[in-house]
Ligand binder design. Structure first.
Ligand SMILES: C[N+](C)(C)CCCC[C@H](N)C(=O)O
Ligand SMILES: O=C(O)CCC(=O)C(=O)O
Ligand SMILES: [Fe+2]
Length: 418
């Protein structure tokens, strides 16, 4: 069975990438545009043309051709009766909008287009607002600009660490730190007092701690106090954490408070870099990794800890309008039984998984660091995989998970694009 057919059956709306991701504005419309006479132009503006089509307004503004469905335009009216600008919430009841609504009248000035609806209600749309909020504009830009890296790229960028004192007292230092984290998916703070308390204080400047069954702040050694390999001295291959949650934790923080022994270095790999390589080399493998739902599971029965977690989602979570990966869910230890797809697709999925794994394992993609007391690393758990070398001796690692929404909220409140 083809993947396309399978997803048609499983999930009516889901089409294979090759079709779903093809621009909705195809050559067909482009040809139309070429032969069409633009009927209306904005006075004193050469860069704006518009035309009413059957179901949508076509707008050419600053060289970008955009289409806005009339029902969308009515729904996005920001007049005082339709939108509460104090709360930034919609007042309009969308369910009352006639689905085949068309404007009765259209007028433009230098900066706006005005539509009069059949009931006489007038909506004003600022042209740059339309451009900023169009599908065509969204398609061309990244939701989150990233610098994807391998070891050389990251090392040559010489990304500075933040300093504990400044980090705690100065918003500008925090902003720079968050900016680096958004770009690279990892960021460091140095000079942190080597205690759980200081690590907690530090993280609370960035976001809220996401409490899990491991606790709020954790501070662990290789005592197998919990039923997971993390609590041993064994090496751990690259992975993201909490793949067995429906929403894996957004950020992971590590602070090594103590290590008297050998080994134990931390491995970091940019998952987005490897995913991009797969997309470039074998798009059909990227598509499989983005579409096949995979289960991850955590089953623990050690002393008083009884937990059973299940999370389901593809390895690559991708925005369908621009193919941008926003979350990678990769943990071969915690991956559970695959029974969500038929056998022929299973085989193809393993091929795709192998290609991604091969990319992730290339030595040039590995960034190895030794965590030491005072040096805290923040890791984007939706992007950067971590692992560790086996070790000897007493090693104490503290840290926590942070909620992603609140981290992004902090970043936005400081004026960052997040
Ligand atoms: C970080 N901390 C030690 C608390 C938990 C480790 C969880 C490990 C688990 N296999 C996973 O990858 O999610
Ligand atoms: O011990 C380490 O360095 C990391 C272990 C790990 O992967 C984790 O705690 O999530
Ligand atoms: Fe981990």
């Amino acid at each position: 069975m083809s993947l396309a057919r399978m997803f048609c059956r499983l999930n009516g709306y889901l089409q294979p990438i090759s079709k779903a991701r093809a621009p909705l504005v195809s050559g067909f419309i482009r040809t139309q545009i070429e032969v069409r006479h633009w009927l209306h132009t904005v006075p004193q503006s050469t860069s704006c043309h518009w035309q009413l089509q059957e179901d949508s307004l076509e707008l050419n503004y600053g060289g970008l051709v955009m289409h806005f469905a009339y029902v969308w335009l009515r729904d996005h009216c920001h007049s005082a009766s339709c939108f509460n600008s104090k709360t930034n919430q919609r007042n309009l009841d969308t369910a009352n909008v006639e689905l085949n609504i068309r404007p009765a009248n259209t007028r433009v000035d230098d900066e706006n287009i005005f539509l009069t609806w059949p009931d006489g209600h007038v909506t004003r749309y600022n042209l740059s607002w339309l451009a900023q909020n169009s599908y065509e504009g969204q398609k061309q830009s990244a939701m989150q600009p990233h610098i994807i890296w391998n070891s050389d790229i990251y090392t040559s960028a010489k990304v500075p660490s933040a300093n504990w004192d400044k980090f705690m007292s100065c918003d500008d230092e925090l902003k720079k730190f968050l900016g680096r984290f958004l770009l690279y998916g990892i960021a460091f703070v140095e000079g942190v007092p080597p205690t759980v308390e200081a690590t907690e204080t530090l993280t609370q400047r960035v976001s809220l701690i996401r409490e899990t069954m491991y606790g709020k702040m954790w501070n662990f050694t290789s005592d197998f106090s919990r039923g997971d390999t993390a609590y041993t001295k064994l090496a751990l291959d690259r992975h993201t954490d909490t793949t067995y949650f429906q929403e894996p934790c957004g950020i992971q923080v590590f602070h090594c408070l103590r290590h008297e022994g050998t080994g134990g270095r931390t491995l970091l790999v940019d998952g987005f870099y490897s995913a991009e390589k797969v997309l470039q080399k074998t798009p059909e493998n990227f598509e499989l990794l983005a579409q096949v739902p995979i289960k991850h599971e955590y089953i623990e029965n050690v002393s008083d800890h009884h937990n059973h977690m299940i999370g389901i989602g593809p390895v690559l979570n991708v925005y369908p309008w621009n193919n941008e990966v926003y979350m990678i869910r990769y943990n071969n230890y915690d991956r559970a039984v695959i029974n969500t797809i038929p056998h022929d697709i299973v085989k193809r999925w393993y091929v795709a998984h192998r290609e991604l794994t091969t990319e992730l394992r290339k030595p040039e993609n590995e960034l190895w660091i030794k965590l030491k007391p005072g040096k805290v690393v923040f890791i984007d758990n939706w992007r950067v995989l971590h692992g560790r070398e086996s070790f000897t001796g007493l090693r104490q690692l503290c840290g926590c998970y942070l909620t992603r929404d609140d981290f992004l909220n902090t970043a936005r409140s400081l004026g960052l694009h997040a």
